[in-house]
Design a binder for this molecule. Structure first.
Ligand code: GAP
Length: 452
């Protein structure tokens, strides 16, 4: 069956099942801003946990950091963001809308949405002007003594300005890395594509500091590593690719960048960027702050400014790719079924406990007891509302890998059924072994049943 997923279907499912809501909806919504509901939060936590596990917990060479969102304003002058982090924008004097000058072919004309800006007779576009993407704010209670600051547009700079602190305390010799997950903010003027591009988003960034002569090798290494991370978490290989940036696309700090792209319903688009930042950032902050950011060997006295290789991913964008890749529709017993075939490690809920006849106090009691036992081990959900078919459908749509059903037979022989989300197989197992049956199955290697 061909891929039936569209962005509209994902937006609708995300909203219907409480993954993602438009932000400030009761006030008409705020463009490019979204709020995460219960399942969205749980799934986002899983994405971040898998990243931290792969980047920090499973390795000896990377340590974690959580730096501030608001840094000293001079950080952004030194990093080049005040002058260099800008998009070319044009305004339309007729419809009063603003567009990215380099993306007019993807934008809708404000007066005639079937056309692109500049294509109708009434369109009256200004010359492109550089528009800085950083959100500014003011620090200080008193206007006269306050000063301007920025919300960070990338988490990376918090890592560079802490290089000396971390390198000393972590006692690491290059190659070593510093990893951070946190919010970043950009005043993006682009047509919204749901959570693909938002004003406020979480990044998962790691700066890997290496001897300059090894930069190319580690750049290749991190492209491979990050590709494997997505593949391990179930993304189909045919929907991932690596694309090297052309010289004119490179950010002001980068000497080479490759994007890991995913085949989103909007086409191949960046999922994560792996950049060779050279010594640009450490040198810029050394010069601006007067603090030497270099690696010094305490024994041999060798000193140099390490080069940086940076894998930088977005939490929301990864979550979107995982949802899109998992989305499936099929017909079962002449009824349509929508299912999120998520990797069990990413699924917001691991197991649902469903009493077949909730009104029967004995069945409900056994189901409750089982749920209480399971929720101590994994995220579990107790669901007793509506017909069993509807409950299965609800769990399928949020991607719950297993459902346990307690019925009248349970009262006779202490068995329950375990239903597999992907194969729809149902097996009777003893209720006493339910917890280990679920944990065993969750630990199995998983591969998407969707064709690659
Ligand atoms: N420190 C390097 C850096 O920030 P980037 O390519 O601009 O590089 C890294 O951002 C990742 O952050 C992107 O690959 C994407 O996943 C995510 N990202 C960037 N801008 C975003 C936005 N406006 N909304 C959602 N995610 C975004």
């Amino acid at each position: 069956m061909p891929d039936s997923v569209t962005m509209e279907k994902i937006v609708s499912l995300a909203r219907r099942r409480g993954f993602v809501f438009p932000s400030s909806e009761i006030y008409g919504g705020l463009g490019s801003s979204y709020d995460y509901g219960h399942y969205g939060v749980l799934m986002k936590e899983n994405v971040k946990a898998r990243w931290l596990e792969a980047m920090v917990r499973e390795r000896d060479d990377i340590v974690a950091l959580d730096s501030s969102i608001i840094l000293h304003p001079r950080v952004w002058e030194a990093s080049g963001h005040v002058t260099g982090f800008a998009d070319p924008l044009v305004d339309c004097r007729f419809c009063k809308r603003r567009y990215r000058a380099d993306q007019l072919d993807q934008a809708e004309c404000g007066a005639k949405p079937s056309k692109h800006p500049g294509e109708t007779e009434k369109c009256d576009l200004t010359e492109p002007r550089q528009f800085n993407l950083m959100f500014s704010t003011r620090i200080g209670a008193v206007e006269e003594t306050g000063f301007d600051a920025y919300l960070r547009p990338e988490t990376a700079q918090g890592i560079f300005v802490n290089f000396k602190n971390v390198a000393q305390i972590a006692r690491r010799k290059p190659p070593f890395g510093i990893a951070q997950i946190g919010k970043a903010f950009r005043n993006e003027i682009t047509p919204g594509n749901f959570i693909f591009r938002t004003l406020e988003f979480e990044q998962m960034e790691m700066e890997y500091f290496v001897p300059p002569a090894e930069a190319e090798r580690w750049y290749r290494y991190w492209i491979e590593e990050r590709m494997s991370w997505y593949l391990r978490l179930g993304i189909r290989e045919s929907h991932l690719r690596v694309r090297a940036h052309e010289a004119e696309e490179l950010s002001h700090y980068s000497s080479a960048t490759s994007d890991i792209e995913y085949l989103f319903p909007i086409g191949w688009s960046e999922l994560e960027g792996i950049a060779r930042r050279g010594d640009f950032d450490l040198r810029a902050h050394t010069e601006a702050s007067g603090t030497k950011l270099e690696w010094v060997d305490s024994e041999g006295g060798e000193r140099y400014v390490p080069h940086v290789v940076e894998p930088a991913a977005g939490v929301g964008r990864s979550l979107l790719a995982f949802m899109v890749d998992a989305y499936d529709e099929e017909v079962v017993a002449e009824r349509p079924r929508t299912v999120l075939r998520l990797h069990p490690e990413l699924a917001p809920v691991k197991v649902a406990v469903l009493p077949l006849i909730p009104r029967n106090p004995e069945i409900a009691g056994r189901a409750r007891a089982l749920y209480e036992e399971l929720r101590r081990a994994v995220v579990a959900e107790y669901d007793d509302s509506g017909q069993i078919g509807r409950r299965y459908r609800r769990q399928d749509e949020i991607g719950t890998p297993f459902a346990l059903t307690i019925d009248e037979q349970t009262l006779e022989d202490d068995t329950i059924t375990i239903r597999d989300r992907d194969s729809l197989s149902q097996e009777r197992i003893p209720i006493s072994g339910a917890r280990s049956a679920v944990l065993d199955r969750l630990a199995h290697e998983w591969k998407t049943p969707k064709p690659d």
